[in-house]
Design a protein around this ligand. Sequence first.
Ligand SMILES: [Zn+2]
Length: 239
Amino acid sequence: MTELVFRDDAYARACDARIVAVDGRGLRLDRTVFYPTGGGQPGDSGHLVLPSGETLAVADTVKGEAADEVIHVLAPGTPPPAPGTPVVARLDWERRYAHMRLHTCLHLLSAVVAAPVTGGRIAADKAHLDFDIEMALLDKERIETRLNELIDAGHGVEPGWIGDEELDANPRLVKTMSVAPPRGQGRVRILSIPGVDLQPCGGTHVRNTREIGRVVVFKIRSEGRRNKRVTVGFAASSA
Ligand SMILES: [Zn+2]
């Protein structure tokens, strides 16, 4: 099991850690700031700094089989250091922070569009949610205006926990039909934007919606009968 530093502090850019295991998939550390692919959010990339000062590129981060197990995938051809080696695990922070901003924006989007979410994906320059809704009900201008109003309002973003039983008693909390929250640990990670959105989510988010910055709706298109895709991104970049 890996101590998930990002879960308590999404803003931690680096941490001291120790390599505990190495295999064909990658490295396991005793603790990490690297978020593994999940919930539509990509795994982090970055570097491990060895005691010699040498740096190893981490190309991707994925989940292991066990709960809270994180595997750091080294760039192809990189010889892995031995278990026991102390390292500094350092994120590609610019990329991760973009994920945090767009991920938080998707929570706002799920509140703006009143329909079940059938899927979603986040990248560093754009993100989308798929909704089970009629195309005619998706107004690009209205969605964009409402998103930016919520962003500008400076809503607080608060991660927390909810018990399995409490979650089972409130099935409407689960908006995303394609991603069932993980059960069996007695509690589920939850993300609250008071007055705006509340749902199970294990991703990384900004502390305040204002950090997202101005966004645009790049496009809205049909990806199938139950998938109407709304793609958003930063106003400063292009799709
Ligand atoms: Zn989230």
